[in-house]
Design a protein around this ligand. Sequence first.
Ligand SMILES: [Zn+2]
Length: 300
Amino acid sequence: MKQPIEVTGGPGGSVFLIEGSEKTALYDAGMAYCAPVMMEKLDKALKGRTLDYMLVSHSHYDHIAAMPYLRQRYPQLKVFGSQHAHDVLERQGALELMRRLNEEAAEYYGAPGAVAPYDDADLHIDVVVKEGDLIGLGDISIRVLENPGHTKCCLAFVAGEEYIFPSETTCYKSRSGKVYPAFLSGCADSLTSLYHCSKQHIPKIMAPHYGLVTDSTSGQYWQACLKSILESRDFIVEWGEMGKSEDEILNAYEVRFRDDEIRAEQPNHAFDINTRAMIRTVLHEHARGISSPMEGHPLP
Ligand SMILES: [Zn+2]
């Protein structure tokens, strides 16, 4: 199949165009204020074709907030996502939070007021998909994998059995090439999801926030992700067992894991919110003896 084309409009989640002989699909959409750049790139990449589908990796604003502008331009667009993402986007509170985060992000990245008007009702999932479902694009299909761990609503997608788009559940990759964990809703779930992705034996990985992985084999990539998740988890468990508070663990975690790359790519408040969620998740699972059935197994 043709290599997916990156049309990312700015910081946040990467956006890719996947082309089949009959239909086209966009993987995520990015932040609202980045929509004009993303859509200009998308227009060029489409070369006169229309956009038929959008695939939602998960319901975070930095991945899907540009969806309403896509609907404005491509009124027949069908958006595919998990049941959980569908339900999140039905909640008024979630839509209000997304609007606020969009505006704050525009301001943070130096484009205050750049969020064009949109209708909250245009942020919704049209077609709920689940594990094993196929989305046909003509000569290729996109296969759905459930991938909870970063959020409960995360999906991974396999395009043409050649490219896998794992969600942030299995880590994200910085420009420096390093992978970082992001198990906000479940560390045990993240490990299970990581094994699930690895087991597919798909040769080409489209790493979250990065794109096509070319600096390692897929096996090495999954191994690096596993190591990164376990290192973070074990660090939090160790500090938790020492009786440290969440603030103390956060500070220690920052010293140990937050490097210049992450400092440049992730604003302070986002690092704070995400790391606190990871700390709570790990301590919660540790206290209740929750672990992945894959724990200790070699990666497939
Ligand atoms: Zn996310």
